[in-house]
Design a protein around this ligand. Sequence first.
Ligand SMILES: Cc1c2[nH]c(c1CCC(=O)O)Cc1[nH]c(c(CCC(=O)O)c1C)Cc1[nH]c(c(CCC(=O)O)c1C)Cc1[nH]c(c(C)c1CCC(=O)O)C2
Length: 356
Amino acid sequence: MTKLENDRFLRALLKQPVDRTPIWMMRQAGRYLPEYRESRAKAGDFLSLCKNADFACEVTMQPLERFPLDAAILFSDILTIPDAMGLGLYFETGEGPKFKRTVRSQQDFDQLIIPKVEDDLGYVMKAISTIRHELNGKVPLIGFSGSPWTLATYMIEGGSSKDFRHSKAMLYDTPELMHQLLDRLADVVIEYLNAQIAAGAQAVQIFDSWGGALSHRAYQEFSLKYMSKIVAGLNRQAEGRTVPVILFSKGGGQWLQSMASVGADALGLDWTTSLRDARALVGDRVALQGNMDPSVLYAKPERIREEVACILEEYGRGSGHVFNLGHGIHQFVDPDHAKAFIDAVVELSPHYHLDD
Ligand SMILES: Cc1c2[nH]c(c1CCC(=O)O)Cc1[nH]c(c(CCC(=O)O)c1C)Cc1[nH]c(c(CCC(=O)O)c1C)Cc1[nH]c(c(C)c1CCC(=O)O)C2
């Protein structure tokens, strides 16, 4: 077992003392990096990057070669699960993800394949072990999955959606069908994340990108309940350490108290919530991750630095904060601005940990 040289990300998630606030960025490997665009052109397309362990490893490492990040994130996609369930994932340039088949009826549900994670998603585990080998203990590797609700929206709509027309209709008209789908997805996610942990993921994040599209009642019943089932089903010890779990419901700022009670180690916040208020609400129960508006990276480096300073001050002193953007980095961001952001966290945050 290689010793982890930099564990401040894992420590902060468990609210253990750190020398400075750790940082990583959602979508840190992606189109804003010219070297990513080059690798994608070499591989042919995005899915070929995900399905080939050497390419997935190459692009995972790219942001770490440029910036002093405290974690790597597996290069993959949340939609690998519906693809393995037989829906036929493809990407049309400039149009985002699409599925050949959708799930809108009991019959569609009954036809879903129950994937054998080790085979059907074996390429993901292979990417994880390749990346761990390449990282050689430099920083921890994050594994991830979509939440059942977020995955279900893509499976029901057949791709991205603005209004979640078919998913909302199913939720309100045939809630029992929706529950069957969510429960099945929760079981697959548990197996998938446990396989990622066994292959070497040292923390996992559940992306509930569309949790915030639900009503207050529906969020608890159709999203949080299934994330809670997942958290309860995860193997959270590996290689002699705790494997922390991060829940990220985008737009979920008003539900932090209930999210804090499902047993995850940390909650991801988007930029619409104040870290100060969030910390007061959740107390010592969970760490917090976030939450700079990704669009701040369009501004000048001096302005980015001011925003970082405000966010550090909002969280205040002590461990339990992982710096991140409130959502994925945009594709038109100048990589030098991402560098200014990360450097600002590295330079300004030690002050907040003098008593740790
Ligand atoms: C909803 C969702 C998806 N995928 C993901 C989510 C949840 C996070 C979020 O809310 O943003 C998660 C994801 N997708 C990707 C990662 C890689 C790891 C990372 O660096 O964060 C992660 C963690 C790569 C990707 N996934 C995708 C890209 C762009 C593909 C390309 O190279 O063209 C990348 C780098 C494609 C993708 N994949 C998905 C969409 C909607 C799109 C198209 C959107 C877009 O074009 O930005 C589904």
